[in-house]
Ligand binder design. Structure first.
Ligand SMILES: Nc1ncnc2c1ncn2[C@@H]1O[C@H](COP(=O)(O)OP(=O)(O)O)[C@@H](O)[C@H]1O
Ligand SMILES: [Mg+2]
Length: 268
């Protein structure tokens, strides 16, 4: 079993404290969800775990498999088995999707056991079909001109090819129609094993109908304020974040964007 452990994590972004003492433990074999209103620091947490340089850890620490992540580069973290599907996947011109994924897969394999083009393409085809993605996606430049839904599927395809130990999926459900949501969920569920954990960041309970979490954590004001099971997500959907905030007696202002945001995730 491998463990990702976040202890009393404080993170500054652009000189402002965004995370104010996050505690979280994720073991392989488990499915976790983090929910929380806009601007609360969910993406900041995922970026800090992967080691984005703009996210400065000022207090606390993150360990993976007992190793302090502060001593590891982004590359080393990925090689060790951490994976992040970003909320806004980057487009990279000049590098095809297939080339990018083969390099990522090989980065995690020993030098004398690199996967060749043919066996790689065979595996890619299998997983691509499982995710109902068209063949030409492999030869297009990474995410270039992909629709929002295609980018999300592509992140899942990468995860399935790379086979990380712990995958953080930042709003993998945003902007997906119901069919795409099912496809993405099928991909995630196919990865479930004792050697794999997933940490899904989401606003909405809907995703959790398809990928059932063992633990649901609610983040507000830069902290995990409550942890429960799937029932908590349903309660949140019914009562909103303001309901939980008042129940816990927290002094947090929820931003206006929450009210304005498209809570259907682009469905309507
Ligand atoms: N790279 C950045 N530069 C400046 N501010 C940032 C950056 N990333 C995040 N923030 C700020 O940190 C806060 C938390 O953002 P984020 O972690 O994206 O929230 P969430 O994912 O919960 O919606 C927001 O106020 C956001 O504007
Ligand atoms: Mg976010």
């Amino acid at each position: 079993m491998k463990t990702l452990k976040v202890e009393n994590l404080h993170v500054n972004v652009a000189g402002k404290e965004i995370l104010k003492g996050v505690n979280l433990t994720v073991n392989t074999g488990e499915v976790h969800a983090i929910m929380g209103p806009n601007g609360t620091g969910k993406s900041t947490l995922s970026q800090a775990i992967m080691g984005h340089p703009a996210y400065e850890i000022t207090e606390g620490k993150i360990t993976f498999d007992g190793q302090d992540l502060a001593e590891m580069s982004v590359d080393e973290r990925a090689r060790a088995g951490l994976f992040l599907a970003m909320q806004y996947p980057a487009e990279i011109q000049g590098v095809t999707n297939a080339e990018f994924m083969r390099a990522a897969v090989n980065a995690r394999r020993p030098e004398d056991d690199q996967i060749g083009v043919l066996p790689f393409m065979k595996e890619l085809d299998k997983k691509r079909e499982f995710l109902s993605m068209s063949a030409e996606m492999a030869n297009r430049y990474l995410n270039e001109g992909f629709s929002g839904g295609e980018k999300k599927r592509n992140e899942i395809l990468q995860m399935m090819m790379i086979q990380p130990s712990i995958a953080i999926l930042d709003e993998i459900d945003s902007g997906l129609d119901i069919d795409a949501l099912k496809v993405v969920s099928r991909g995630v569920n196919s990865m479930k094993s004792d050697d794999f954990a997933v940490l899904m960041i989401t606003h909405y309970q809907r995703l959790l109908d398809y990928i059932v979490p063992d633990f649901v954590h609610v983040m507000m004001g830069g902290r995990v304020v409550k942890t429960g099971g799937p029932e908590m997500a349903r309660k949140l959907e019914a009562e909103g974040y303001a309901g939980l905030r008042d129940e816990l007696g927290l002094d947090i202002v929820l931003t206006d964007e929450d009210a304005d945001e498209d809570i259907t995730g682009g469905l309507i």
